[in-house]
Design a protein around this ligand. Structure first.
Ligand code: C2O
Ligand code: CU
Length: 483
């Protein structure tokens, strides 16, 4: 096995801390679900410009006092950025926070210098303006800070938002797509509060995997309900939590259609009654409703406590309230998008990554070390192992990958599409295949890491550059760049 006795011992120590969260009390759904506004933009000389300002604020989260929060263009979370494939975008990111931060476009294929990772610092009072041309299929992506050592905290305080990409292939499909009406973004996060109603940021909660909260916010709304006016609703679900995987299911066990994963549409819908998403993962679901009914979305039997303490969780997330009259909606198309399979025979190289302790392959993240050098145009296989049995997933910047196999078995149908983040059960080995295209730099790296945010901050992260054939990695940031 991959799990050492020492590893088990370390995790057993967590049991006492997480055990009381095994069952969480009934939630009253008494607040309408907030829908993040669409970010305003202007088009000038063919470039679509957005302004995103990171700032502090305060939010009524149902505690005795308003909770101090961070947000983008608002008090908590950020607006939904939306652009078309083929469009050139420019994001003006202004940092009005009291601390240095960054803003990373999770899932985006773009030049490393625009990626918003730990090397693209935005100091307080400064504005950073990345710009690139969107060239990837319609998808539900997201943005969040990526300051090394502080990603968990900055996301937890509230800096995160969705980034939706549209394309003609998706637009031609008969799918629900009226934003905020039958096409709902759901940013799902668990939070923990102290006695003053502030987010609990105490050290103990930041140990090991990080915060496992007992209160679920959807788009920053506690106890949220959404009014349903159509027979079918598309849910763009993002697990925006620090550490908790959610295993999404409905309280009556109803089936839904999974139509898209991290990087875009599946080739055809997959009928499911539950779907687990770990931190950073997204999925688009289409759910059907009958007139007048109320249905609760919950998380049940996720790997959270399975991993930490051998227990099982059950957590109510939000309620859907169907109107007495629902606008008709067609069934989900049986064929959605072309998802060309990457061929392992085309792979130029196999790299292996072992996740254990706060390291990958035994090394903690070093901002000045390039761990892997990739040649542009190459297809590669990355074999990733959860070697210590902790709560790990694996995320790669710049690319969308396909899961080749899990422990030599074909992946389940819900892992048949484009992914950028994948959950790794205890001891599990997953083979991923990906192709690196377009953007090269010898000095600006992309990241790969565990998306359990505490782990990433603690060093379970590495860096790769994509270079022209024959090139080697130069010093990060070029000569004179220091961290
Ligand atoms: Cu969602 Cu490297 O991050
Ligand atoms: Cu991890």
């Amino acid at each position: 096995g991959f799990v050492t006795a020492a590893g088990f011992g370390a995790w057993a120590g967590i049991a006492a801390m997480t055990a009381p969260l095994d069952t969480v009390g009934k939630v009253e759904f008494d607040r309408p679900l907030a829908i993040p506004p669409l970010a305003g933009s202007t088009v000038e000389k063919g470039t679509r410009r957005f302004d995103l300002t990171l700032r502090t604020g305060s939010t009524d989260l149902g505690r005795q006092n308003p909770t101090p929060t961070w947000g983008v263009n608002g008090n908590l979370l950020g607006p939904t950025v939306r652009a078309q494939r083929g469009e050139r975008v420019e994001l003006r990111v202004e940092n009005q926070l009291p601390e240095t931060s960054t803003l990373h476009w999770h899932g985006m294929h773009l030049p490393a210098e625009m990626d918003g990772g730990p090397h693209q610092l935005v100091e307080p009072g400064q504005t950073w303006t990345p710009s690139w041309t969107i060239d990837q299929p319609a998808a539900t992506l997201w943005y969040h800070p990526h300051l090394h050592g502080a990603t968990a905290e900055h996301v937890y305080r509230g800096v995160a938002g969705m980034f939706l990409i549209d394309d003609p292939e998706e637009a031609a499909l008969d799918l629900p797509r009226e934003y905020g009406v039958d096409d709902l973004p759901l940013i799902v996060q668990d939070k923990s509060f102290d006695d003053d109603g502030e987010f609990d940021l105490s050290t103990s909660l930041f140990e090991s995997a990080g915060i496992i909260g007992d209160t679920v916010l959807v788009n920053g709304t506690p106890g949220a309900y959404a009014d349903v006016t159509t027979e079918a609703v598309r849910l763009r679900v993002l697990n925006g939590a620090n550490a908790r995987p959610f295993n999404f299911t409905f309280d009556d066990g109803r089936a839904f259609d999974l139509i898209a994963t991290d990087g875009g549409l599946l080739s055809s819908p997959v009928r499911l009654t539950s779907l687990q998403l770990s931190p950073g993962e997204r999925a688009e679901l289409v759910v059907r409703f009958a007139p007048g009914e109320r249905v609760v979305l919950r998380s049940e039997n996720s790997d959270t406590l399975d991993t930490f303490a051998g227990g099982r969780d059950r957590l109510d997330i939000m309620e859907f309230r169907a109107a007495e009259q629902l606008d008709p909606a067609p069934a989900v198309p049986t064929s959605l998008a072309e998802v060309p399979r990457l061929d392992p025979n085309d792979a130029a190289i196999v790299r292996t990554f072992s996740l254990a302790g706060s390291t990958i392959n035994g090394q903690p993240m070093d901002m000045s070390r390039v761990d892997e050098v990739v040649t542009v145009g190459d297809t590669e296989i990355w074999t990733v192992t959860n070697a210590d049995g902790g709560s790990h997933n694996f995320h790669v910047h710049d690319v969308q990958f396909q899961v080749l196999d899990i422990e030599d078995r074909e992946p389940p149908p819900w892992l048949g599409g484009w992914k950028d983040t994948v959950w790794l059960r205890q001891g599990e080995r997953v083979r991923l295949i990906m192709r690196f295209t377009d953007y090269t730099s010898t000095q600006w790296p992309y990241m790969f890491h565990c998306h359990t945010m505490r782990h990433e901050d603690d060093g379970m992260m590495g860096q790769f550059v994509v270079v022209e054939p024959g090139e080697t990695a130069g010093p990060i940031g070029g000569a004179g760049h220091e961290h």
